[in-house]
Design a protein around this ligand. Sequence first.
Ligand code: DHB
Length: 394
Amino acid sequence: MTATIRTRVAIVGAGPAGLLLSHLLAASGIESIVIDQRSRDEIEHTIRAGILEQGTVEVLTQSGASTRVLTDGNRHEGIELRFAGAGHRIDFADLVDRAVWLYPQHEVLKDLIAARLAAGQDLRFGVTAERIEDAASDRPRVIATDAEGQAFEIEADFVVGSDGSRSVVRPAVTGSSTGGYFREYPFAWFGILTEAPPSADELIYSNSPEGFALISQRSATVQRMYFQCDPDVDPTSYIEDQLWDELQKRVPGTTLRQGPIFQRDVLRFRSFVAHELRKGRVALVGDAAHTVPPTGAKGMNLAIADVIVLERALRALLHDGDERLLDTYAETALARIWKAQHFSWWMTSMLHVAPDASDFDRLRQVGELRSVVESEAGRRYLAEAYTGWTMPEA
Ligand code: DHB
């Protein structure tokens, strides 16, 4: 006989969205179970993006989920856009009186996991969700296999899919594993981590005839950099000198400080929004609901915003039996999701060089970049979007 565990909210996926949701629900006295297919070690050591919007930092610190972001993270009050041989600073503090924090996603995950385990959260690693059943009923179930290969099920008042872009929960909501609005891009990012001092104090987003590069940082001794590459490139096919050449030629005017490259990965680009974010007692958040290309670092920040909207709706449902906020969850979340989709697409298309770009396309792009940096309204829009629109009310 299959064992059944009962809980109020079954959360599939222990990424930033799933863990923060369990944290916020617990603060409202709502019990949950979080499962993830990956091991704790894999979750805590997979390298992802590093930029947190101001609102994300406020949520993490005010909810007690992470205070380390303030001590170990770095506040950035601007970025540089570089093109046509010159750099242009977008001054967030001056334009919108806001900032972002450079604090890697896997550090956020370490903080969240530690906080949840310290609070006694039922958090299970190495557990695979197979499918969701009875999504339309009051008792949806997650059919799962535990770390020892034993089948079991979780019966809940509500199921949340925070299980990333290959979501197992999504078909229960949209009717298929793909069902959504979709766009692909003809390029990817080659990312490296290097043991070297910073080459710049702030991030440099550089558009060059050779393609895009992003010079980011991690700490005084570790740096993160990316350059535009072919999506099918094999990350092991470059020797270190070639990687430095590729990066250096895309940021003329800055001499990159080189060191050993100890991590390399290729990030593919997609834009995706699921056709539905909720069906009955099942909802999607984060990458399960949408994916953005990485330019502008919206992915995790958007996941956090989804969680705030959904948590408020779950509180009303589970404390008061009030379904109204749940009924508007998708519409409320989608307003921000499509703004972030637009911003991520815009930053991507403005800064990268498409493989088939004509001279007209290249010159038009430089015209677009000039329109942004030479206009206070243009710079302010970028600053507003980058530092993050006001978070939904909790
Ligand atoms: C980083 C990643 C991004 O996608 C971005 O826009 C800025 C920074 C990073 O990993 O540091």
